[in-house]
Design a protein around this ligand. Structure first.
Ligand code: SF4
Length: 279
């Protein structure tokens, strides 16, 4: 197969969320609204009304039933536990209230960096080119070292500049892959942007570019998404039952959580199958 992962040399495990080691940062630090299927309209820095004192969620078991997809789909890429345990050594935002705003800002910066590492992990599995692999390895190390800085240093990181460097490498992975294939899909131009509700079931999408596309409610049942770039695509309520995403590029857990799949949906090994998907 042209678009296939060569290895899974990196484990995404340390980028998976562990709410038991976090202080509910995402339920406090972020602005959210009922329009995005969160429980209330809330400003950044204010704890959600459902957050318990021990940082658990009062309605955790009912999130699905209450259709609180904003909560279900959110993924901090492990930033919450990292900020809580490594950077602030177990001191929470409510104990050290004078530091609370700083903690929220650090959480958001680390979340962005962890997300970049996730994509780099994915990118490296698609290339066999040794010099490119080395460049990605070095960028992973550089990005990881940024997440291990002090809070003060993290707040001085120019996140967008760093993201541009990461994106440049991810594009190199994509171009390298394209050079190896002889399909008509050589262009780096996205297939399009607005596909809300579109029926893709009879389309050959292999190798297409759906970066940043609006796919909400689209039907991709039984479609093969090998080699498709899906970075930043809005996959809320898309139907991916029976769909093959094993070799889809730059897919995240949050995208999968927001989609409708079933036991026949093929996922990369590092993505968890949502418990609420049908058989
Ligand atoms: S409802 Fe629960 S998971 Fe959602 S933001 Fe509030 S406390 Fe967090």
């Amino acid at each position: 197969m042209k678009y296939r992962r060569h290895s899974n040399i990196h484990s995404h495990e340390d980028l998976k969320i562990d709410c038991s080691k976090c202080f509910g940062f995402c339920c406090v630090a972020l602005y959210f609204s009922t329009m995005d299927n969160f429980p209330e309209d809330k400003e950044a820095g204010k704890p959600c009304k459902n957050l318990n004192k021990d940082f658990t969620c009062k309605i955790h078991k009912d999130l699905s039933e209450k259709n609180l997809k904003g909560c279900i789909n959110y993924d901090c890429f492990g930033a919450g536990q990292k900020v809580a345990q490594n950077i602030y050594k177990g001191t929470s935002w409510n104990i050290s209230s004078y530091q609370a705003q700083e903690m929220y800002d650090v959480f958001i910066a680390v979340k962005n960096l962890q997300e970049m590492i996730w994509y780099l992990y994915d990118g490296i599995t698609f290339t066999e080119k040794e010099d490119l692999k080395l460049k990605i390895e070095n960028m992973i190390k550089e990005t990881e070292s940024l997440t291990n800085c002090s809070a003060k240093d993290i707040l001085n990181i120019k996140i967008e500049e760093h993201r541009n460097k990461v994106n440049y490498l991810l594009k190199e992975v994509r171009s390298h892959l394209r050079k190896r294939i002889s399909s008509s899909k050589k262009s780096d131009n996205p297939l399009g942007f607005d596909f809300i509700g579109k029926d893709f079931r009879k389309k050959n999408l292999i190798g297409e570019n759906l970066a940043g596309a609006l796919l909400m409610g689209a039907n991709l049942q039984n479609v093969d998404l090998s080699g498709v770039i899906i970075i930043g695509a809005d996959m809320r309520d898309i139907d991916i039952r029976g769909c093959n995403l094993e070799n889809t590029m730059f897919l995240t857990q949050a995208q999968i959580n927001s989609a409708i799949g079933n036991s026949k949906t093929k996922l990369p090994v590092f993505i968890d199958r949502p418990s609420y998907w049908e058989e």
